[in-house]
Design a protein around this ligand. Structure first.
Ligand code: PGA
Length: 221
């Protein structure tokens, strides 16, 4: 059976390094087994080096990357630097970044560089235009996360029925669902919706809730 992907997107949380360590360690302890599941934590950049040192089956993702390897780009982070820290994945094109001005063309460049450097991109998208434009000219299959904007951080998850319809139209092997996922609705997106995993924001900041979701998904396998 294929692996499911459960990704914790911590966004700009938590406030201290101590809290980040505690959250990570609680998740690590709580997960009984990650067999058949790729558990990925995506903390703010500055916590990555520290969490990367923890011995664990949990993989790390960055929440963003830049599209150049190095140079005069103040404030940006190169995928090369992330690779060097042992980071395996990079979230690209999250709607909260798009809202700050990130375009499909920028996202396309980010995906290309990530693939070149063998950092695995996770492309977030909310519609088919974004899907087409962000992946223009890219034939390699990457992980996608369908995240309807009205569901992100709102407590209003997309109905499984609707999500399933969209999943069917995305002719792609690996598509995750994201948007107000919690332990009540998590299973249904995989069981009924046909998704290969979940991208979890708010609920991933609560170790108990996140661990519960991981363990539930493991059991349906
Ligand atoms: P949410 O966020 O689970 O808090 O809705 C999901 C995301 O932004 O990836």
């Amino acid at each position: 059976m294929k692996k499911s992907f459960i990704i914790a997107n911590w966004k700009m949380n938590p406030r201290t390094l101590k809290e980040a360590k505690n959250l990570f360690n609680s998740v690590k302890k709580g997960i009984k087994s990650s067999k058949g599941i790729e558990v990925i934590v995506s903390p703010p950049f500055i916590y990555l080096p520290l969490l990367g040192r923890e011995k664990s089956k949990i993989k790390l993702a960055s929440q963003n990357i830049f599209w150049e390897e190095n140079g005069a780009f103040t404030g940006e982070i190169s995928p090369l630097m992330l690779k060097n820290l042992g980071v395996e994945y990079a979230i690209v094109g999250h709607s909260e970044r798009r809202a700050l001005g990130e375009t499909d063309a920028m996202i396309n460049k980010k995906i290309r560089l990530a693939l070149k450097l063998k950092l695995k991109p996770i492309l977030c998208l909310a519609n088919f235009v974004q899907l087409k434009k962000s992946l223009k000219g890219i034939s390699e299959k990457i992980i996608l996360a369908y995240e309807p904007v009205f569901s992100i951080g709102t407590g209003k998850p997309c109905s499984v029925k609707k999500a399933k319809e969209i999943r069917k139209k995305i002719k792609y092997p690996l598509v995750l669902y994201g948007g107000s996922v919690n332990s009540q609705n998590a299973e249904s997106y995989l069981k009924e919706g046909g998704f290969q995993g979940l991208l979890i924001g708010g609920a991933s900041l609560n170790a108990k809730e996140f661990v519960k979701i991981v363990n539930l998904i493991r059991e349906i396998k």
